[in-house]
Ligand binder design. Structure first.
Ligand code: ACM
Ligand code: ZN
Length: 513
């Protein structure tokens, strides 16, 4: 029997002697809302086992998925005996996580696409009780600097589900590309999804001379991704960047900028001085129209509006922005940014949604109900939580998976300058000590961010994401008392073969990791 290696580490595991054997005669029992999870389990088991198992209302020698009455929780219990497997939870999400744990107890070859006839599909007798520490267990993906197709996005979501991550933060708009179809504004994708070239990987000061014909997601594709994620207990949080990181939109509709002309979808990385004009009402009308389509596509309670890295240069000299500052009695351009975010928050709140933004939305005063995603370290999140706002912690120090994975940069593919090894991800503390314990409940969770300036291909993206995202998954699911980096590494090593079968181009651990 192989060693048990579940990631993230469950709250409690008791292993007994003996096994349950899944065979062609095994029945999967589920009713009502448990049924889709049961179907997911049959789909998971079918390729490698070759068993076309059926979901029934009752049966012997069964895997039974039961929804219990009670407070809604993502927790589950998984009880395996020689004659039955029982998964119980109060929500379909809890059942789904029970299924993911069961999957990790099966022989690793369960991940194979080909039927393997000489394997005994045995699961050790065990009782597992489990629940996550945090409700927000996120991964962010920038599809604007480089585009990744729907097939790949689904694979990315599948891997999140395997490790019980539950928020896919989809960064859809940028200076270098607009990647979501907006039917009212077709030029956003006709013009804004393309750029004339990109910086060279080896030397970002030089262009590669190759037009990047981007790509974008149609409404149908977005719906497909959102439904695919929902079937895996994952919420897709869209990000539409404002007021900064907007040059692709300004190039498509120049009247949305302070200057009104001369914009070009950016061909270099970094921070652009051109941003949405905060003085013109037509800009708010445009953004509300864009978000109207976004709300129709994404059921997520949270809508991310960016808010980071918005230089104030244009606003300082724009007559419309200055008139707005005067009319609203604002002190300066920071308060103008705050006005911008508050106005968008009011609009979102009126439609039953919540605004989340990067920690720069604290500058000039935080919108009354805003949730802060803390990235420039933890201070923004600490301040916001102590002031009674919800926060998601995503500091560069532990959560930026576009950073190098080794100190010897020459041994790694090109990345953004800094160094973030696996161990530092594992040391991440989503609730920093400076948060008042009475306010700690405002920390919704943590998130890993993958910016793709230096990540042009899906293979490279997987190399940067795994195993760091797997370490993050354990941090946001399990409790600090469970932390043990060397034990984690030995469990992770046993996942290599699983990841190989899933054709994931993860970075193999090195001796000094
Ligand atoms: C960010 O990394 N600019 C949020
Ligand atoms: Zn302006």
């Amino acid at each position: 029997m192989s060693t048990i290696s579940i990631i993230p580490e469950p709250q409690s595991i008791e292993i007994g002697d003996g096994h349950f054997i899944i065979s062609a005669a095994t029945v999967i029992v589920a009713t009502d809302e448990a049924k889709p999870v049961a179907e997911f389990l049959t789909d998971l088991l079918r390729p490698a086992t070759g068993f076309d198992l059926h979901v029934a209302e009752k049966g012997e020698n069964a895997i039974t998925l039961t929804l219990l009455e009670g407070d809604e929780s993502e927790g589950y219990t998984l009880a395996i005996s020689e004659t039955s497997i029982r998964i119980e939870a109060t929500t379909p999400a809890g059942l789904f996580y029970g299924v993911q744990t069961l999957r990790q107890l099966l022989p690793i070859t369960i991940e194979s696409d080909d039927t393997i006839s000489d394997v005994e599909w045995s699961v050790p007798i065990a009782t597992i009780t489990d629940a996550p520490r945090f409700a927000w267990r996120g991964l962010h993906l920038d599809v604007a600097r480089h585009y990744f197709d729907v097939t790949f996005i689904k694979k990315f979501i599948d891997l999140m589900a395997l490790y019980k991550l539950n928020v896919f933060h989809w960064h859809l708009t940028e200076d270098q590309g607009w990647r979501i179809e907006i039917k009212k504004y077709p030029k956003l994708t006709e013009i804004g999804s393309k750029r004339s070239e990109s910086p060279l990987m080896e030397n970002r000061h030089q262009g590669d001379g190759k037009p990047y014909d981007g790509g974008y997601y149609t409404h149908d594709e977005v719906r497909e991704v959102v439904a695919y994620a929902a079937a895996r207990s994952i919420t897709v949080v869209p990000e539409i960047e404002m007021p900064g990181h907007a040059v692709a939109a300004l190039t498509s509709y120049p009247e949305l900028g302070c200057v009104g002309e001369g914009y070009v979808v950016r061909t270099t990385w970094g921070i652009a001085k051109d941003v949405f004009c905060a003085g013109k009402d037509s800009v708010f009308t445009f953004l509300e129209n864009v978000l109207t389509e976004v709300l129709d596509l994404f059921p997520s309670e949270f809508i991310h509006i960016g808010g980071d890295e918005c230089p104030k240069d244009r606003w300082q000299v724009c007559p419309d922005c200055q008139a707005r500052i005067k009319a609203e009695g604002l002190a300066d351009e920071h308060e103008l940014q705050s006005y911008f975010i508050r106005r968008m928050e009011r609009w979102l709140n009126e439609r039953g949604r919540r605004l989340i933004g990067w920690d720069e939305i604290l500058e000039g005063g935080l919108a009354p109900n805003a949730t802060v995603m803390s990235w420039r370290g933890s201070q923004g999140g600490i301040d916001a939580a102590n002031a009674g706002h919800d926060v998601v912690m995503s500091p560069t120090t532990n959560c930026y998976f576009d950073y190098y994975q080794a100190e010897d940069k020459d041994a790694e593919p090109p990345a953004i300058g800094r160094y973030l090894p696996l161990e530092r991800v594992y040391q991440f503390q989503p609730i920093p000590e400076d948060i008042d314990p009475a306010k700690a409940h405002h920390v919704l969770g943590g998130q890993g961010n993958i910016w793709t300036e230096y990540i042009p291909t899906s293979d490279h993206l997987e190399y940067m994401t795994y195993p760091r995202a797997i370490a993050l998954a354990e941090i946001v699911w399990s409790y600090p008392e469970k932390r043990d980096f060397s034990a984690f590494k030995s469990r992770l090593n046993q996942h290599n073969e699983r990841l190989n079968l899933l054709e994931v181009n993860y970075r193999p651990m090195k001796d000094d990791d």
